[in-house]
Write a protein that binds this ligand. Structure first.
Ligand code: GLN
Length: 203
């Protein structure tokens, strides 16, 4: 049976995720309400604006059920703002900004800074034979990752500040959870979503 993969549809680039998942043969559902979440085997948390998404999730009464499902082991894939939502620890969040958590990582919001606010480029992802075209839009990065976190991709950063020089983690996996700083739903390369669909099917 093909798994039902939901996309949290409160804000952000929902349609592109639904299309990518459908091209991979998954049954999909746009999730706004707890009943829709219940019908899902897994969920994608899209890019957008993490503060807005958390606020809307609370208003739609889907925040607590979502956190409970993630804690209970439901596979989840967060892209960009979605990566922020899955982080256990957040730097440079808005005042009082909370997350759903689940990933044992510290994520820095809007990490790439003004000079390189948004950029695109090849990203080598573990498990894929060719690089993907990474689209980064006011993206976060993973600043620190716990021992159970597998790094799937890093990019070299050569910013003007000394602490911006080096490799930054932009894709991770920890058990049933996956997150990317970039937007794999942009364009027609579905391979990163494919990694998530494989992960869901293995559960
Ligand atoms: N900077 C955004 C945030 O903090 C994320 C940007 C994105 O998802 N493209 O939520």
């Amino acid at each position: 049976m093909s798994p039902t993969i939901g996309v949290l549809a409160l804000q952000g680039d929902v349609r592109e995720h639904l299309s990518a998942l459908e091209r991979l043969g998954a049954d999909t559902l746009a999730v706004r309400r707890p009943s829709e979440l219940e019908a899902c085997d897994a969920i994608v948390l899209p890019g957008g604006e993490s503060t807005t998404m958390i606020k809307l999730a609370r208003i739609f009464d889907v925040l607590d059920p979502l956190a409970e499902r993630v804690r209970a082991g439901m596979p989840a894939f967060g892209t960009c703002a979605g990566m922020i939502l899955l982080a256990d620890r957040l730097r440079d969040g808005a005042p009082g900004q909370t997350t759903i958590g689940g990933l044992d990582v510290t994520v820095r919001r809007n990490a790439f800074g003004r000079q390189v606010d948004s950029f695109e480029g090849p990203v080598t992802v573990r498990g894929l034979d060719r690089p993907v075209h990474g689209v980064f839009i006011r993206a976060p990065w993973v600043e620190q990752a716990g021992p159970d976190v597998e790094v799937l991709a890093s990019v070299g950063v050569t910013g003007p500040r000394p602490d911006e020089v080096g490799d930054r983690i932009v894709a991770v996996r920890q058990g049933p959870l996956m997150a990317t700083s970039f937007h794999p739903e942009v364009g027609d390369d579905d391979r990163v979503h494919g990694l998530f669909v494989d992960l869901v099917r293995q559960q």
